[in-house]
Design a protein. Structure first.
Length: 278
């Protein structure tokens, strides 16, 4: 079975002047153009290729890898528009279409947007969408609070940021839970905060309290080791400096210092924090 919009392992059937024909099963023979065909390839060999439809609606193979495949999300740049929709650069010679019916907001040439790639069942063509809810699962029943996940920042709303979770789900990060600048397409580690009554997913960039405390204490100790056992950043330092250095609030920083002091790992003076050697 051939998967359009994804990588396939395909057998070479025959060689012709303009390329190689690959066995596409029920889809028939699929051409790999000569410019992409390995010079030493012969019938019976297997190749890993990406399969999609060209401008003449024919299935075609390429050894190039696009920036994203069907079932994935990516930050892509708009190249042009026409009366059908918006076309984006996804790393192949034929641009990727975002139909107007799949656009959650107007898309402008030269701008980049996070899109979800899918296979249009009517045309069998790879297309993209910014209507994330159509293509991503919003049900959080399969996650547990505090679970670590991979996030991609997709869009901003009045409540906060929508983010793609593990390339399969969609969640919301409330702006009150965001303590750092975020960019569309940015990929970072996050955590499941909760599943709401309606099943939708709340996200946070902060780990569960116990894990967060341990991480911050380790971060402070690592900073001290890298700075000769002395830090001029103390519980009296400006919140902005503390956040810039440790990516945490002044309150959390003071609590972490207090725990380290009680564990006799640091000494706290008026203008500096010092590492207590074992």
């Amino acid at each position: 079975m051939i998967y359009v919009g994804r990588k396939n392992r395909m057998r070479v059937v025959k060689a012709v002047d303009f390329g190689l024909y690959l066995d596409g099963g029920d889809a028939g023979e699929i051409l790999l153009p000569r410019r992409e065909a390995p010079s030493d390839c012969k019938p019976g060999d297997f190749l890993h290729v990406f399969v999609y439809r060209d401008s003449e609606d024919r299935l075609i193979a390429t050894r190039e890898t696009p920036k994203a495949m069907v079932g994935e999300c990516a930050l892509l740049k708009v190249k042009q528009q026409n009366d059908v929709g918006t076309f984006m650069d996804w790393g192949l010679s034929k641009d990727l279409l975002v139909p107007f019916s799949e656009q959650a907001w107007p898309m402008n040439p030269g701008r980049s947007y996070v899109v979800c790639l899918f296979l249009d069942q009517q045309t069998d063509r790879v297309a993209a969408s910014t209507k994330y809810s159509r293509h991503l699962n919003e049900d959080g029943s399969g996650f547990r609070p505090g679970e670590k996940v991979k996030l991609m920042i997709a869009s901003r709303t009045e409540l906060g940021y929508k983010a793609v979770i593990n390339n399969t789900h969609l969640g919301l990060m409330f702006k009150t839970d965001v303590f750092q600048p975020l960019k569309f397409g940015q990929q970072l580690r996050g955590y499941i905060k909760a599943s709401r009554a309606d099943g939708k997913i709340d996200l946070t960039l902060q780990p569960a309290p116990d894990e967060a405390r341990d991480q911050l204490e380790d971060q402070i100790l690592d900073y001290l080791h890298r700075h000769g056992g002395v830090s001029k950043i103390t519980d009296k330092s400006p919140p902005e400096l503390i956040y810039k250095t440790f990516k945490t609030s002044k309150t959390n920083f003071k609590r972490a210092l207090g725990r380290l002091y009680r564990k006799r790992r640091v000494s706290i003076e008026k203008y500096q924090v010092s590492l207590v050697e074992d």
